[in-house]
Structure formats: structure tokens, C-alpha cells
Design a protein around this ligand. Structure first.
Ligand code: GBH
Length: 489
């Protein structure tokens, strides 16, 4: 049999045929219609479509306008910690290129943007006197977003803790840091909630604790190894910091400001969708998130959490629990993968965790298992357990090799596969009434991926880290089409 495909048929190569993949400008947009003969695949009206980023991963400009040092400035200097020995000094120069980046958001058709504020820009010493220029950049950013019809969603703490707090208090090992987060949150709320109506306190309590202070071989800043006892106390301080921030924003922000946390929850998926496994996945969701979401939503640690911790349980007061349980307006869920597959147990323990087979599919990052149904079960279980009325998917996305074709275009078919599969499950959730009101794709553009440096790319836009040129990947086109029709494509 002869080879039917020649170079002529390869999109992106020299002499390629166009194959309809020209990434056309906005006027070519067409509203996607419901699928012929099938389920309508639309999202709810007014569904919020956005992208997400974080300060240290994109801004650069680490020593301008009075910014203090963060634990990531320190950590990236330690030999061998970052895969390519890089750091966020330059990152993707968003600090100076923010207008260009907002134009990309507009090109996608997004109407919302989740960014984080660098605490050490605002309080270079963590506490005390605010830097008068600390919020200038964010004010420019917010104003430019609003001028472009993009609603800002601000995260106060996405891991760039002021180094001063690490030096003075050991970071989250002390409740002084929880109090400092509250003070910082109140100050920021006072200055931005005239224009920013949606605020997230902390990004991924679980990640910053487990990898920053944990016993896991993989670590993140500040890279401290703690005992289980210390770790539970650190967990408690982070949850307390969230609660203090909620209270400070309520006290100092404009009335009507909506607040939540953005948590990388332990998503728990029923192994098979039968009533007994589904019930087990609900119980597991509550217990496996005992340190953050559950205590935040219930204002108490579960018996399971406390008995599992035993002598290593955190020391806390009733008042702490009241603060942690301060009512929130919504929950943000960062959903990348299925953390646990759960089955009904043979005994009375409520749930059993089923080990993940080695052949489970993954994206480019080793940890990133592809389990689209996490996007259904996580919000569904959270809404059911705590009667949550408003959920945002604050992050979802995937790393891919993203090698440009000879003509420079990037056909990230694997990212599109991932996205379509996850968004199909999200649409399943919204069509059943799970109250997800928006989705923020991680990430707008390639950026500094923490310990992976610049070696893992999560963007809808490819960034050439030498020239800083942004190029839309095919997934940007996919997302743009989906947003235009507010339905799966
Ligand atoms: C998010 O975390 C972060 O909020 C964001 O800043 C980041 O860029 C994005 O994901 C992509 O990574 O021990 O094998 O699990 C997602 C949760 C938890 C995933 C820590 C990576 C470390 C490797 N992350 N985890 S592993």
C-alpha cells in the first residue's frame, strides 16, 4: 500500500495546505450551535469565562517601585531547587506588557481575569508601613481591565510570601503570619474594592503547606521539612489566615464585595457511578479536605480529621474556628486532576481510596493525570456537602510540549483534547444545576512554572522566553470559539 500522506498534507510545515486552521481574526467568529441530534451543549447564560495567572509567575520587575523580597526570590537562588535554575526576575514581563496581555484576553473573548497581588509589593516587610507605590501597578492593571470590559478577580496570596515574614516568624509556622495576611487583606480591600468586586484570599492552602513545609520529596518555597505535628499547626495557621482575611475584607472593603478561597481540593471520584460509590466519594470529599475546605465551610475540624491527627492535632481555640468559618460568598476550586478514586468500603469506614494504576494517562507534567470527571464530581460534591450556592473553577489547564511547527504555529492538540474532555464534564455539572458560575483557564500564557522553571508550558498563548513574543496556540482558538458560542465546540 502506498503512503497516502505526503508533506503537502502536513499542517504547519513548509508548503502546507491551510486545512482551515488559519487562526482567523475575531470577525470570523461564529456562535456555536447545539450539537445536532444530541444534548444541548451550552453553558448557562452569563457564564463567566476567564483566564488566570499569578504575580510571581508572570510579572518580573522584582525590584521596582519598592517591592520587597519574597520567599520565591530566595528559594530560586538555592542551588538545584529549580529545574532549569531559573527564577521570576524577568518572568514574562507582564509588569510592563500588561496592556498587550489584556489585548490577548480580549482577543479570546474572555470577560474576566483572575490575577494575584504580590504581597511584598504592598508590604515589603510583610507588616507595618505599606509601600506607597505598592498598589500602583495593580491600579493600572485594574483600570485597563475595566476599560476593556474585563472583570477583575483578585487573589491576595498566591505563594509569594514576604521574605521578612519567613525570617521573623518562620512564615506560616506562626500565627503572626496569619494576622499579617489579615492586615494586608484589609489594606488591599480598602484600596481596590471600589473596582474589584470579587476577591480570593489564598491560592491552594493545601499546596503551599504540603510542598512548602511538608515531608514530600517534591518541595516548593520555603522548602522547610516539618514534623506531622508542626505541619498540622501550619495548616491551621493558613486556614486562620484565610478567616482573618475574610473578616478584614468585610470590615474594610466596600459593601457587596464577594469573597472566597481558591482551593486545590482533593477531588474524590466514585470508581463507578453507582449510588454506593457516589456516597463514598461525598464522604471522602469531606474527610480528605478536612484541613481547609471542610473547616472553612463547617467551622470545625471533623472527628475523622482530629482522630487521624491524634497527638499531632493542631492547637486551636474556639475563637479560631469561628474566624476560619467566617461565611464566604463563593468557593473557588482549582481542578486539574482526579486526586482520589473512591469506592464504598466493605466496613463502616465510609470510603476506600483505590490506588491509581501506573498506566493512568498524564499530560506533560508527571503529576497531571487526565481524569476529566474530576470537573464534574468536585463541584458537584462540594455543592451538595455544604449547600454552596456559587462556585468558580478558579484554575484548570494542562502542560503540553507545544513545539512550534516550522511555520511557528503551535498545534497543541493534546491540550485541546484535555480541555474539551474537562469542559464536557463541567457542562454536565452546570446542566444538572451544580452552581458553577465561571471558569478561569490556567493559564493565559506560558510562564514561570515554579520548580519546573520555564520547562513546563500551561498557556493558551505561547511565549518565546527570549523575545517575549506571545503567539496563540490552537487551544486559544478552541477557547475563543467556545466562549463565542457559550457552548462546547
Ligand atoms: C496550580 O497548582 C497553581 O496554582 C499554579 O500556580 C500552577 O502554575 C498550576 O497549578 C500548574 O502547575 O507533587 O507531583 O503533585 C496545581 C497543584 C500542586 C500541582 C503541587 C503540582 C507539585 C507536583 N499543584 N504539585 S506533585
Amino acid at each position: 500500500m502506498s503512503h497516502r500522506f505526503t508533506r503537502r498534507h502536513l499542517v504547519g510545515g513548509a508548503g502546507a495546505i491551510a486545512a482551515g486552521l488559519a487562526m482567523p481574526p475575531a470577525e470570523a467568529q461564529q456562535a456555536a450551535s447545539a450539537q445536532p441530534g444530541g444534548t444541548p451543549r451550552a453553558f448557562p447564560q452569563n457564564f463567566v469565562w476567564g483566564t488566570a495567572t499569578a504575580s510571581y509567575q508572570i510579572e518580573g520587575a522584582v525590584d521596582v517601585e519598592g517591592r520587597g523580597r519574597s520567599i520565591w526570590d530566595t528559594y530560586t537562588r538555592l542551588p538545584g531547587k529549580i529545574r532549569d535554575n531559573s527564577n521570576g526576575d524577568r518572568a514574562v514581563e507582564h509588569f510592563t506588557r500588561y496592556k498587550e496581555d489584556i489585548a490577548l484576553m480580549k482577543e479570546l473573548g474572555t470577560t474576566a481575569y483572575r490575577f494575584s497581588i504580590a504581597w511584598p509589593r504592598v508590604f515589603p516587610d510583610g507588616t507595618g508601613t505599606p509601600n506607597p507605590k505598592g498598589l500602583d501597578f495593580y491600579n493600572r492593571l485594574i483600570d485597563e481591565l475595566l476599560a476593556n470590559g474585563i472583570t477583575p478577580y483578585a487573589t491576595l496570596y498566591h505563594w509569594d510570601l514576604p521574605q521578612a515574614l519567613q525570617d521573623r516568624f518562620g512564615g506560616w509556622a506562626s500565627r503572626e503570619t496569619s494576622k499579617a495576611l489579615g492586615d494586608y487583606a484589609g489594606y488591599v480591600a480598602k484600596h481596590i474594592t471600589d473596582r474589584v468586586k470579587n476577591v480570593f484570599t489564598i491560592n491552594e492552602c493545601a499546596t503551599l503547606v504540603d510542598f512548602g513545609y511538608g515531608v514530600a520529596p517534591i518541595e516548593m518555597a520555603p522548602g522547610i521539612k516539618s514534623t506531622q505535628k508542626e505541619l498540622n499547626q501550619i495548616r491551621h495557621h493558613v486556614a486562620l489566615g484565610h478567616g482573618l482575611a475574610v473578616q478584614a475584607i468585610r470590615a474594610q472593603g466596600r459593601a457587596g464585595t464577594e469573597i472566597g478561597v481558591a482551593e486545590n481540593l482533593a477531588s474524590c471520584i466514585p470508581v463507578i457511578e453507582t449510588p454506593e460509590h457516589i456516597r463514598a466519594s461525598e464522604i471522602a470529599t469531606r474527610e480528605m479536605n478536612g484541613g481547609y475546605l471542610t473547616v472553612i465551610m463547617e467551622g470545625r475540624y471533623t472527628d475523622g480529621f482530629l482522630s487521624y491527627a491524634g497527638a499531632n492535632a493542631p492547637v486551636f481555640t474556639e475563637d479560631d474556628l469561628k474566624i476560619i468559618g467566617s461565611p464566604v460568598d463563593f468557593l473557588g476550586l482549582n481542578i486539574y486532576m482526579p486526586q482520589h478514586y473512591v469506592a464504598a468500603p466493605a466496613d463502616a469506614s465510609g470510603f476506600a481510596l483505590v490506588p491509581t494504576p501506573a498506566t493512568f494517562p498524564r499530560m506533560e507534567s508527571d503529576w497531571l493525570r487526565v481524569g476529566p470527571e474530576a470537573m464534574y464530581w468536585a463541584p458537584r460534591n462540594v455543592a451538595k456537602l455544604w449547600n454552596v450556592k456559587k462556585i468558580f473553577i478558579t484554575e484548570n489547564g494542562a502542560s503540553a510540549s507545544d513545539k512550534p511547527a516550522p511555520d511557528g504555529r503551535i498545534f497543541d492538540l493534546d491540550r485541546i483534547m484535555y480541555l474539551r474532555a474537562y469542559l464536557t464534564q463541567l457542562q454536565r455539572a452546570t446542566s444538572e444545576g451544580v452552581p458553577v458560575q465561571g471558569y478561569f483557564h490556567w493559564s493565559l500564557m506560558d510562564n514561570f512554572e515554579w520548580i519546573d522553571g520555564y520547562e513546563k508550558r500551561f498557556g493558551l498563548y505561547h511565549v518565546d522566553f527570549n523575545t517575549q513574543k506571545r503567539t496563540p496556540k490552537l487551544s486559544a482558538e478552541f477557547y475563543r470559539k467556545l466562549i463565542a458560542g457559550n457552548a462546547l465546540v
